[in-house]
Design a protein around this ligand. Sequence first.
Ligand SMILES: [Zn+2]
Length: 282
Amino acid sequence: MADDFSTPVKKALADRVGHLCSNPKCRALTTGPQDDPAKAVNLGVAAHITAASIRGPRYDPDLLPEERCSPSNGIWLCQNCAKLIDNDISRFSVIVLRQWKTEAELDTKNRLGKTGAFSNSSDKPTLKIYDNVRISPVVPRVHEQSNFQVEEDRGPVYIFKKQDSHRSVEVPKSFIGSVHILGGGKPAILRLTGRLQWVSPKRTFDLFVDPPPAGPLGAYGIAKDIDLDYPRRVGIQGVSFAREERLPQLLMQGWYVYYDSDGAYLRNPGRDANQILLCNWT
Ligand SMILES: [Zn+2]
């Protein structure tokens, strides 16, 4: 039996952060009016910092059941971010979530009783179905040259279809920093607060909250140093290391940079040049 939060605990968690998502890169408002004037809509979730049940993310066996469902083990998030933190527990660790919670509560405390508009998405131009967009940052950056098309507007998320392929990506509107409509038939430029990242083992794009380093440094995304035995150890097959300076040539020949499940590309600092892990099976 999962140790779930009681209604008063959920309410306290929401109230303590002003019903805004606690993810510092999101901060979406999670409540608002419904058509029925007597009702409000709730898009927020009281998420568990350590899981309620034994097979859940970040489960801590040392906690007592009453600690698992106490306010100190909860964080208020929007539905998108609640899903995000449970899909990647190495990135969204207990430490990261506690930091988000502390900062969100502190921010709410500082705003309390003061005037000032919340930052929200209402000032962003809206996209229509079949609008063409370029999304940035997309990693690897070569994809920034690709056009996407708005396939669906599902309220809190847009579904974009990559135009030269059958792939669709789901981007929460809370993840969009700005939209620049250029006009004249040009695709709109959509700037994300994080990155839309190719992940090789899953053969799909995923969203990550931190953007890649700016400039040429981040051209291939974020690197992770590994030893040469890493691919064999974790069971990655059909891949090959290549010297970093050969990448432009090899990418032209149909090789791809391999991106691990955490969105990092893999680099072995070789004796005289970095060795980068490539694959040709996307
Ligand atoms: Zn959120």
